[in-house]
Design a protein around this ligand. Structure first.
Ligand SMILES: Nc1ncnc2c1ncn2[C@@H]1O[C@H](COP(=O)(O)OP(=O)(O)OP(=O)(O)O)[C@@H](O)[C@H]1O
Length: 683
C-alpha cells in the first residue's frame, strides 16, 4: 500500500522517521505511527524521548532527516496546534489574542464572536480584558488551547494541553475532545505526561528511545500485556527494549543512520503567495503591542527629537567665555586701565595699542585675566585657570607704529618688541585651535581698524586673499553643517533596526513567530507587515527630526526635499533589513545589543561621519567606502548643501548603496534562516 492510499483512511501517517539534532543526539530512529481520522491519539513517553520533535515535524516546524509524513489535510489553517511552551504574547489581553488569531485564520467577525463564546463556556476562561501576564499558569494554558481550537480545525495537535490544569477541568477538556472527535470527526493527537489520562484516547502510542514501542487501543493494550495500568505496560516494554539494546547495536545503528540524497519535504508545503489578510493581522498585532507598550512607542518617537535637539544644542557651536591670561608690560597698573583711554586717541602713541587688540578679543567673548609677570601667568595655565597667555612688551605701541610706518626699514628691536608672544595650552585641540583662530582674525581686524583710524589704506593691513561667494555652502561653514547629514543618516539607519530587532527577537524568543508560522503565516508576510508598521513609525521619526534640524534650528538644506526624503526612507529600509539580519543571527537580546553596539561605532567612524574621509588610513578608506552609510551620507550632503540631483554620481551612488545593502541584508537573512532551519531560538 502506498503512503497516499494509506492516508485516505488515516489522518496522519509517519513512516521510517529519522531525526537527529547532532551526530550523537538521535531523537527519532525509524519511527512509524498511524493516526486514524476522527480519533484521539494519545502519545506517551518519558521526558526527552522526542514527542515534541515528532509533532514539530508533523506541523512543519522542522523537517525529518529521512522518512515520510503524510497528512490528510493540505493547508496549515486546517491544523490547530498548541505548543508545549505558552507561545502567546503576555502583554496582550485574551480578547486581543483571540482577535489576532481570528484575523490570521481569516474568520469573519460573527464567526469569531460565536467561537469565542464557545471557548469561554467550555474552557472557563477569565475576563477577556485580562492580559495573559495577569492570569494563572493554568488559565494561560487554557487560552493557548482555545487559540488552537478557535478556527475549528480538522486536525488538532496538542502538546501537553492538561499540564497545570486542575483535575476537574482536565476531565472537561478530555470530554470536549472526545465530542470533537466522535461527533465532529476531528482528529486529535495529544501528548501527555499523565499516562493514566491517556486511557480516554481511542488509540495510544508508547514512545521511547526514538521509536514507538506499541500502538493500539488502551484496553486492548492492557489485555495484550496482561497489565492493570498503562504505566505497567510502559515499564514492561521499556525493560524489554533496554535489554535488547547493546552498546555495539547502538554504534551500528549510528553507522546505519540514513542519509538520503533528497531530504524529506515538510508534509504541508509553504505557500508562495502573499495573503493580505495575514499582513493585515500582523499589522494589528504590532498595533496591539504598541498600544500595550506606550512607553516604548513614546521612546521611539521622542528619541529622534532628543537626538537632533541635543546634537544641535551641544555640538558644533563655538565655545564661549574661554579664559586667556595677559601679561602686559605696557600697562603696569593692569589691563583694566584700558577703559581710561579715550577711543578717539587710537592713532596716537598716547593710546596703548595692546588695549585695542584686547578689546577685539573681548568682543569675541574671550575672558581676559591680567597677570603681573610670566611666572604667575604660566602658573595660571598650569592650574587650568586660563588656556594660555599673551605677552605685550613695554614699548609695544611705539614698536608697532615703527614696524608699520618704517616697514622694510624697521629695526630688529622694533620688529621683536612689536611681536605679540603667546603661550598656549594645546592639550585640547579644539579649544586651542579655536583660540588661535580668534586671535589671528582678531589681530587682522585690529590692524585694519588701526589703519583706518590713522587714514592709511586698510587694504594694506589685510592678507591679499579674497574669498568670493562660495560656490556651494557658506564661507564660514560650521561643524554642524558637516555633521547634520551624519546624525540624520545614523538615526534613520539605527532607529528602524532597533524597532525591528526588538519586535522580532521578542516574537522569536516567546515562540510567537513559530506559532504564527504554524498557523499559516509566511516569513514574507511577516516582513511586509512589519515593514508597513516600521514605515509609519519611520515617517514620524523623520518628520520630527526634520522639523528640529531644518525648521526649528534652520540648518542648511538647499536641495530637493523629495530626493532627500526618498534617500532617508531607503536608508531606513536598509536599517530595517539589518534589523532582520541581526534578529536572524542572534537568539538573545544580549547578543543583539552587542551586535548593534559593536556595529555602531565602527560604522560611525569608518563612514567619514566624525572626521573627513580623506584623513583616514588608506586601507580603512577602502573599507569605509563599502559600508552602508558612507555613500548615503555623502549623497545627503550633496543634496542638502550642493542641491545636486539624482543624475549626479555622488547622489545616485548613495541610492544604489542603500538599495544594494538592503538586498545584501535580505539575502544574508534568508541564508541564515535556511541554515538555522527557521527563525527560532535554539530551545
Ligand atoms: N533544537 C534542538 N537542538 C538540539 N537538541 C534538541 C533540540 N530540541 C530538542 N532537542 C533534544 O531532543 C530530545 C527530544 O526533545 P523533545 O523536546 O522532542 O522531547 P519530549 O519528548 O517532547 O520531551 P518533554 O516531554 O520533556 O517535552 C531531547 O534530548 C532534547 O534535548
Amino acid at each position: 500500500m502506498t503512503m497516499e492510499s494509506e492516508v485516505t483512511n488515516h489522518a496522519v501517517v509517519v513512516r521510517d522517521a529519522y531525526k537527529r539534532y547532532t551526530r550523537q543526539a538521535v531523537v527519532l530512529k525509524g519511527l512509524n505511527m498511524t493516526v486514524e481520522k476522527g480519533t484521539i491519539y494519545g502519545f506517551l513517553g518519558p521526558s526527552g524521548c522526542g514527542k515534541t520533535t515528532l509533532l514539530s515535524c508533523i506541523v512543519g516546524r522542522t523537517t525529518l532527516d529521512a522518512g515520510e509524513i503524510v497528512l490528510s489535510v493540505n493547508s496549515k489553517s486546517d491544523i490547530g496546534y498548541m505548543p508545549q511552551e505558552l507561545a502567546l504574547n503576555k502583554e496582550f489581553s485574551i480578547k486581543e489574542t483571540m482577535s489576532y488569531y481570528g484575523m490570521l485564520y481569516g474568520m469573519t467577525k460573527e464567526e469569531l464572536v460565536k467561537r469565542k463564546a464557545e471557548m469561554y463556556s467550555f474552557l472557563d476562561l477569565p475576563n477577556e480584558n485580562s492580559t495573559i501576564d495577569e492570569i494563572s499558569g493554568g488559565q494561560q494554558r487554557r487560552v493557548s488551547l482555545s487559540v488552537a481550537l478557535l478556527h475549528n480545525p480538522e486536525l488538532l495537535i496538542l502538546d501537553e494541553p492538561t499540564v497545570g490544569v486542575d483535575p476537574l477541568l482536565s476531565h472537561c477538556i478530555w470530554q470536549h475532545l472526545l465530542t470533537l472527535s466522535t461527533v465532529h470527526g476531528k482528529t486529535i493527537i495529544i501528548t501527555t505526561h499523565y499516562i493514566e489520562d491517556a486511557k480516554h484516547a481511542h488509540r495510544i502510542g508508547l514512545m521511547r528511545a526514538g521509536t514507538i514501542l506499541a500502538e493500539s487501543d488502551p484496553k486492548q493494550m492492557l489485555t495484550s500485556y496482561n497489565c492493570d495500568t498503562l504505566e505497567q505496560v510502559f515499564l514492561y516494554l521499556s525493560h524489554k527494549q533496554e535489554s535488547g539494546i547493546s552498546y555495539e547495536a547502538e554504534q551500528q545503528e549510528m553507522k546505519n543512520y540514513p542519509n538520503p540524497t533528497k531530504k524529506p519535504v515538510a508534509p504541508i508545503k509553504n505557500r508562495m503567495d502573499i495573503c493580505p489578510v495575514h499582513i493585515y493581522s500582523h499589522i494589528w498585532k504590532n498595533i496591539y503591542w504598541l498600544k500595550r507598550n506606550k512607553p516604548i512607542l513614546a521612546f521611539l518617537l521622542t528619541l529622534p527629537i532628543v537626538i537632533s535637539a541635543l546634537f544641535v544644542l551641544t555640538i558644533g557651536r563655538d565655545p564661549l567665555g574661554l579664559k586667556l591670561g595677559v601679561v602686559n608690560e605696557e600697562l603696569p597698573d593692569g589691563i583694566d586701565v584700558c577703559n581710561r583711554f579715550a577711543a578717539n586717541l587710537t592713532c596716537s602713541l598716547e593710546y596703548p595699542m595692546s588695549c585695542k587688540f584686547l578689546d577685539t578679543l573681548e568682543k569675541k567673548q574671550i575672558n581676559l585675566i591680567g597677570y603681573r609677570d610670566h611666572e604667575s601667568a604660566r602658573r595660571g595655565v598650569e592650574r587650568n585657570h586660563v588656556w594660555g597667555y599673551l605677552y605685550f612688551s613695554r614699548n609695544y605701541t611705539e614698536a608697532l607704529f615703527e614696524r608699520i610706518i618704517s616697514n622694510l626699514r624697521a629695526s630688529d628691536e622694533s620688529l621683536n618688541t612689536s611681536e605679540l608672544k603667546i603661550w598656549m595650552d594645546m592639550s585640547n585641540q579644539y579649544i586651542g585651535n579655536l583660540l588661535k583662530r580668534d586671535m589671528y582674525f582678531g589681530y587682522l581686524s585690529f590692524l585694519e581698524h588701526v589703519y583706518k583710524t590713522c587714514d592709511w589704506p586698510p587694504e594694506a593691513a589685510t592678507v591679499p586673499i579674497t574669498y568670493e561667494d562660495a560656490v556651494y555652502g557658506s564661507n564660514t561653514p560650521s561643524f554642524t553643517d558637516f555633521a547634520v547629514p551624519a546624525v540624520i543618516q545614523l538615526s534613520e539607519f539605527y532607529l528602524p533596526m532597533l524597532f525591528t530587532v526588538g519586535a522580532i527577537l521578542m516574537e522569536k524568543r516567546e515562540g510567537l513567530l513559530e506559532r504564527s508560522f504554524i498557523s499559516g503565516m509566511t516569513l514574507p508576510e511577516i516582513m511586509v507587515g512589519h515593514a508597513i508598521v516600521n514605515f509609519v513609525i519611520l515617517s514620524l521619526q523623520t518628520l520630527f527630526m526634520w522639523v528640529v534640524l531644518f525648521i526649528i534650528f534652520d540648518n542648511v538644506f538647499n536641495g530637493s526635499l523629495l530626493l532627500a526624503i526618498l534617500l532617508l526612507y531607503l536608508v531606513g529600509f536598509s536599517g530595517m533589513c539589518y534589523g532582520y539580519f541581526v534578529s536572524a543571527i542572534c537568539d538573545t537580546d544580549q547578543a543583539a545589543t552587542y551586535m548593534g553596539l559593536g556595529s555602531f561605532f565602527p560604522l560611525a567612524m569608518l563612514s567619514g561621519m566624525v572626521w573627513p574621509f580623506e584623513g583616514m588610513h588608506y586601507l580603512l578608506r577602502a573599507i569605509g567606502w563599502c559600508l552602508p552609510l558612507t555613500l548615503t551620507t555623502d549623497a545627503f550632503r550633496s543634496i542638502s548643501s550642493r542641491s545636486w540631483g539624482l543624475n549626479h554620481p555622488a547622489v545616485y551612488a548613495g541610492f544604489l548603496s542603500a538599495i544594494g545593502w538592503s538586498l545584501f541584508f535580505s539575502l544574508a537573512t534568508y541564508a541564515i534562516i535556511k541554515l538555522k532551519n527557521g527563525l527560532r531560538t535554539k530551545s
